[in-house]
Write a protein that binds this ligand. Structure first.
Ligand code: IDC
Length: 459
């Protein structure tokens, strides 16, 4: 027996079979850290730390690094649980950034004090692996970039039941960002910023907020139409959906702008009809106006779009600043009982996490089984677009939207001097949109949510 086993082993070796033995499952490892001092003052500094996981997905992590100058001390950190022992600083994930996919990133930051020259920390490790910016284990397969974008995978979208569905008729959720008013922030929408949005943020969607008033469309219809079209093309080139937002706000009755809406949508729908990446949002936030007046507007504007672009999804704003009526003391039943007479449409819901909480979430939970909903705009802050970020409420909202597969766009991918903006003031004057140093607290939170894998169904 012993001899036979020995013989078998010899034969196996001779046949080269040992190399076919089941390979040990070696976890792919590797990480990259971008460290930026975002501001420095006498004796103190603030730094951004962007982690990129180059290894297998992890569902819990600790980043460690060494402060080289004995005078450097951690004061306070965010987006992780921070501590310092001797010269070693540790940052452990919090719940919402616990998982890091392969290629996934998360942005942390901290403030500290220093006495010497404030040198850059070193010896960064993630779960004990040195962050050299290289992959230590096996390389993940390189997916075909052309077909691996959101539009490449999902193709022409349509509404199926209460869901947004892809070309395989399977429900999907799109997660992305809204521009600020393009009349004010055009400097923020360029090749570098949209590359960052598509590649670093892995955003599925760019909402193009074209205000009608406030120095917007009404002042230069041809100019704004062509600007919107060029943003549609820039999103398409990067495989992102483009949500064309006719950003009515004041006055709140969309019928005030109905002739402009018909002219604008006839033009953009004809020009973009053959594209798969376009979604139309016909009225941002109706307010001070009845549902029946909004419905009347929708039933006049939708046929104009359909005549030129029959298969695109169209989103209708709702009463009370697109709150499904809640901010006007009503609720979704007025829509359920009297829906817009059209197919392939969805209804907009907007919220600002610090202002709109449990009763609004309860409305969305209820309405989601009856109406196709799309959160075309939301903020992490108060409804003014400023104030403190409400992380608890934002997380509750985004968890709910993920669970219900409701698509969303965050206000705003801009460097506006307000807490809802994702980029720090001045970012759009430069060319860096990728490092963690350019993100606000809201931007870091949203990027960490949006950049997780989509897992779109492909059959
Ligand atoms: C805000 C902008 C702010 C601008 C103001 C007026 O953040 O810079 O001065 O509009 O145009 C909305 C609107 C959106 C608002 C945003 C924040 O759709 O236009 O942007 N908000 O107030 N609805 C609820 C909040």
């Amino acid at each position: 027996m012993k001899r036979m086993l020995a013989l078998l082993a010899t034969c196996a070796t001779a046949l080269g079979l040992t190399t076919l033995a089941a390979p040990q499952a070696v976890a792919a490892t590797g990480c990259k850290v971008d460290y930026t001092v975002t501001s420095q003052w006498s004796g103190g500094f603030q730094a951004g730390v962007k982690i990129t996981n180059l290894g297998d997905p992890v569902s819990g992590w600790t980043l460690k690094f060494t402060l080289p100058d004995s005078g450097q001390k951690l004061t306070q950190g965010w987006n992780a649980t921070w501590s310092q022992s001797g010269s070693t600083v540790s940052a452990t994930n919090v719940d919402w950034n616990r998982t890091l996919s392969t290629g996934g990133t998360t942005d942390l930051g901290f403030t500290g004090t220093f006495t010497g020259s404030n040198p850059k920390p070193g010896a960064f490790t993630l779960n004990g692996v040195a962050c050299t910016g290289e992959i230590g284990g096996e390389q993940p397969p390189d997916p075909d970039p052309g077909n691996s974008t959101p539009v490449g995978i999902n193709g022409q979208l349509h509404v199926c039941g209460v869901n947004l569905c892809n070309q395989y008729n399977r429900p999907i959720q799109l997660r992305g960002m809204s521009t600020h008013g393009i009349q004010w922030f055009s400097k923020c929408y360029n090749n570098a910023s949209l590359d960052a949005l598509a590649k670093d943020w892995k955003s599925d969607l760019l909402r193009i907020a074209m205000y009608v008033q406030e120095q917007g469309y009404e002042t230069d219809p041809a100019g704004f139409t062509s600007r919107v079209n060029s943003y549609v093309d820039m999103a398409e080139a990067r495989g992102m959906y483009a949500l064309i937002d006719f950003h009515t706000l004041t006055p709140g009755d969309p019928n005030y702008n109905i002739d402009r809406a018909k002219t604008f949508f006839a033009s953009v729908a004809a020009r973009n009809a053959a594209k798969k990446n376009v979604i139309y949002e016909i009225a941002n936030e109706p307010n001070g106006v009845s549902w029946s007046a909004i419905k009347n507007y929708a039933e006049q504007v939708i046929p104009v779009i359909r005549a030129a672009d029959p298969d695109a999804v169209i989103i209708v704003g709702t009463r009370g600043w697109s709150s499904l009526g809640v901010s006007d003391g009503s609720n979704e039943t007025e829509i359920v009982n009297n829906p817009v007479n059209a197919t392939n449409i969805m209804y907009a819901f907007h919220f600002y996490a610090a202002s709109h909480k449990d009763n609004y979430r309860a409305t969305v939970s209820r309405a989601a089984s009856k109406l196709p909903l799309f959160v075309t705009e939301f903020g992490t802050v108060t409804a003014t677009g400023g104030g403190t970020l409400d992380r608890t409420s934002t997380t509750a909202w985004l968890d709910l939207l993920d669970q219900l597969k409701i698509s969303y766009a965050n206000w705003t991918y801009s460097d506006a001097n307000e807490s809802s903006a994702a980029l720090k003031p001045g970012t759009c004057n430069g060319s860096d949109y990728s490092s963690s140093g350019v993100l606000t607290e809201s931007g870091a939170l949203l990027k960490s949510r949006i950049s997780t894998p989509d897992s779109f169904p492909t059959s």
